[in-house]
Design a protein around this ligand. Structure first.
Ligand code: PAF
Length: 323
């Protein structure tokens, strides 16, 4: 029987990841709880410590937030909630750090893109302490200590009986912090629904080095985006998972419109020379497709192109120019 999560104030939250979503969630949650951000990006840590976070909101107004950020795990107090917002290749390492600070009755929550993160966290922290969610919040780091908030989208947390009580606490906390959040039963549907959006938008915007809005208008790139998203829907369907929206093509275009000025997280990674989440996104689609006997040529092509770009190779050298 899992002990009840301590509700007494201060409610300690550790946020792993000091990029766009880490600082966005951190600035909101700091208003209702004690938050410590953990990450390794030196320029961001220095800027947050010296000047805090300057946020430009969708309507253009600016706000300023004082945040506690560290790269020393010993400086994180015993944690009620560990929120994981790092890239997929850092998840196992973060699980090991979280294991050092998480209260025995605490919860680790992944809101990362792609597949495979929940399993890596649960392996180390246990299923009774691991929760999964997805978020449609969109933000771009415009420089160390500077964030452009592209738009507030909903966050959904997957309800499981063992975690139900603690998830209600977390949902309430997020809502009080101004992060619209709901608990849902059909988590698979939301996860695969988000995966289709990410497989469509992220690799193409990263390869083109353009904001999401470029894919909102009809073009060969838009066609490729829709094909990539449809492949995800086919792989989901073969597993009995229903998309959370009726029309995949329409939905992915709507997200491009709603986040038109946003630089996708993959483009942000490419720009700062960091590894991307291509493996957790298109890589997993291809793997599941192979397992189920479903062809996913567009995801495969995007996977190879982004991997080549990560290595600094010329895409044309692969004979796979995206045009
Ligand atoms: O990863 C991202 O950037 C986001 O999930 C999305 C929805 C594509 C918006 O930029």
């Amino acid at each position: 029987m899992v002990a009840k999560m301590a509700l007494a104030k201060p409610f300690n939250i550790a946020i792993f990841g000091i990029g766009a979503l880490g600082t966005l969630f951190g600035s909101h949650l700091s208003q209702v709880s004690r938050v410590t951000l953990f990450g390794q990006w030196p320029a961001q840590l220095a800027a947050l410590r010296q000047n805090g976070l300057s946020m430009t909101h969708p309507d253009g107004h600016q706000s300023h937030h004082r945040l506690t950020a560290t790269n020393q795990i010993q400086q994180i107090p015993t944690t009620d909630l560990a929120l994981v917002l790092v890239k997929g290749h850092q998840t196992t390492q973060v699980a090991e750090y979280a294991a050092q600070v998480l209260h025995p009755a605490g919860l680790v929550l992944t809101l990362q893109n792609g597949l495979g993160n929940y399993e890596q966290l649960a392996d180390i922290l246990g299923v009774e302490r691991t929760a999964l969610g997805i978020t449609a919040q969109g933000a771009t780091v415009t420089g160390p200590g500077r964030l452009r908030y592209a738009g507030s989208g909903p966050t959904h947390l997957a309800k499981t009986p063992a975690l139900a009580e603690r998830l209600v606490t977390v949902t309430d906390l997020f809502n009080r912090a101004g992060l619209p959040t709901t608990l849902v039963e059909q988590a698979d549907s939301l996860v695969w629904g988000k995966l289709a959006i990410n497989a469509g938008i992220n690799p193409l915007t990263a390869l083109l080095e353009l904001p999401n809005g470029v894919l909102a208008e009809p073009s060969q790139h838009q066609t490729m985006m829709i094909e990539a998203a449809l492949e995800v829907a086919h792989v989901a369907k073969a597993q009995g998972i229903k998309m959370p929206y009726a029309d995949v093509a329409q939905r992915v275009i709507e997200v491009c419109r709603a986040t038109a000025s946003n630089h996708s997280s993959m483009l942000q990674d490419i720009k700062r020379g960091a590894p991307t989440e291509i493996e957790a996104i298109c890589g997993h689609v291809v793997k599941h497709g192979e397992r189920l006997g479903i062809a996913t040529p567009v995801n495969m092509r995007l996977l190879k192109l982004v991997q080549a770009k990560e290595r600094g190779e010329d895409n044309e050298g692969l004979g796979m120019d995206i045009n």
